[in-house]
Design a protein around this ligand. Structure first.
Ligand SMILES: [Zn+2]
Length: 195
């Protein structure tokens, strides 16, 4: 029996987080190529692939208009909430919608979802995590995966940061590592510090 069963978690590679979107992450679309390659490899090996999506109601405390931090983004059913058109689409993948609760930010793919249960049902003990953005949804998903008892590889080549403050991406990497995640790949890209 394979004692190290892995899953890939692709976090929020949606139009609104990519260039041209309402909350665009600089170079956000660069995560697509490495994530598509990994997704194909995982599916070829019969290992599960999960895609999270930010899936907000029109009115939520997450948005600046209602007391939160962010411009309106990823509202359920809008084009901005669609996955980026270049992201691999495969029926074997499982989509996990999050951020549905209007009283919560819902950064983590584990927050208010059945992701932990689905992973356990699949016998997963290790997750590889990449996507958008390093300093919010990726970080919180990584930290929750660790708290839920999974080993985590954080895919630095396949994440990019918002950097509301210029070092947020770098701090997020350090926080994920300190919590027990293995950081693989180019941390400078993942941190995306402004020049
Ligand atoms: Zn959001």
């Amino acid at each position: 029996m394979d004692t190290n069963r892995k899953a890939l978690i692709i976090v929020d590679v949606q139009n609104d987080f990519c260039p041209g979107g309402s909350l665009a992450v600089a170079h956000g679309d660069e995560v697509i190529t490495p994530l598509n390659r990994l997704a194909r490899e995982f599916l070829d090996r019969n290992e599960p692939v999960f895609k999270t999506r930010d899936w907000h109601p029109e009115k939520t405390k997450h948005f600046a208009d209602y007391g939160g931090t962010w411009p309106v983004h990823c509202v359920q059913g809008t084009r901005g909430a669609d996955f980026h058109p270049d992201l691999l689409e495969d029926l074997r993948e499982t989509i996990v919608s999050k951020g549905i609760d209007e009283r919560a930010d819902g950064y983590s793919g584990f927050d208010g979802t059945n992701l932990a249960r689905l992973l356990r049902e699949e016998g997963i003990n290790e997750v590889w995590v990449g996507g958008l953005a390093t300093d919010y949804c990726v970080k919180h998903t990584v930290l929750d995966a660790l708290k839920s008892g999974f080993c985590v590889k954080a895919l630095a080549d396949a994440m990019r940061a918002v950097n509301l403050n210029p070092n947020d991406g770098q701090h997020a990497i350090e926080e994920m590592r300190a919590a027990g995640a293995e950081i693989v790949g180019n941390e400078k890209k993942a941190a995306g510090a402004r020049p």
